[in-house]
Design a protein around this ligand. Sequence first.
Ligand SMILES: Cc1cc2nc3c(=O)[nH]c(=O)nc-3n(C[C@H](O)[C@H](O)[C@H](O)COP(=O)(O)O)c2cc1C
Length: 229
Amino acid sequence: MSLPEADPGLFQTLYTARALRRFKPDPIPDEVLFQLFDAAIRAPSGQNVQDWRFIVITSLEVKAKLQEWAEEGWGRYQARFGDDPAAIDALPRSQRLSLRSVGHLAHHLATVPAVVCVTGLKGRHSTPGGSIFPAVQNLLLTARALGLGGSIFNLPLGHRDELMEMLELPENNEIYCLLPIGYPTDRHGPVRRKPVKQVVFMDKWQNPWPFAEQQPDEGWTERWAPPNS
Ligand SMILES: Cc1cc2nc3c(=O)[nH]c(=O)nc-3n(C[C@H](O)[C@H](O)[C@H](O)COP(=O)(O)O)c2cc1C
């Protein structure tokens, strides 16, 4: 397999890169994997330190451990719904579907082709994560553009210290997130978010921006959606 010929373009990529958590078992070819990281590392970081490091976990043994820890984390999360997992069925549709996909991934993490562990220097930056997550987002957007899917998935990180040891990470580094990546079985986007008018203010807190108030809540879909969709 080689890189896809048609790049969906910036806006279609941005507006459709939702969190995908169900994957085919197909491996990710090296040239595709390389493109993910070659794009990820174009991100900015404080003082251009670039202390991000990425460990591509493909070992079945490590992924099985991650799955065990994710199932544990998922069990704790589900406890919020009492002892009745069916309580999730009563949630609004988008929340329910999203939670179902989290549960699915927790139980199938060992079968995901690659889980990327993203690390950075401990205490190096005054805005923790600010120098790591731009690269994470570059990676996820590139994955979307190449027909891959993924999401941040930190459920296994209840066992952070053990994972550091398994991956032989030096003490002066820390784990920021895990990114299961693969060819998705679910479809990309559209990404649903609160409208601009609800989160952008003019000059002062909660002072409306009249232009934004006149725009559709779902955003400028014509900017990215194919005409017949
Ligand atoms: C900092 C951060 C942590 C996240 N942690 C998790 C996680 O532990 N498990 C998970 O399934 N998704 C995680 N996500 C993904 C979000 O749940 C997801 O992006 C959000 O619900 C929007 O979903 P959508 O893009 O499909 O609309 C995380 C996202 C961010 C930015």
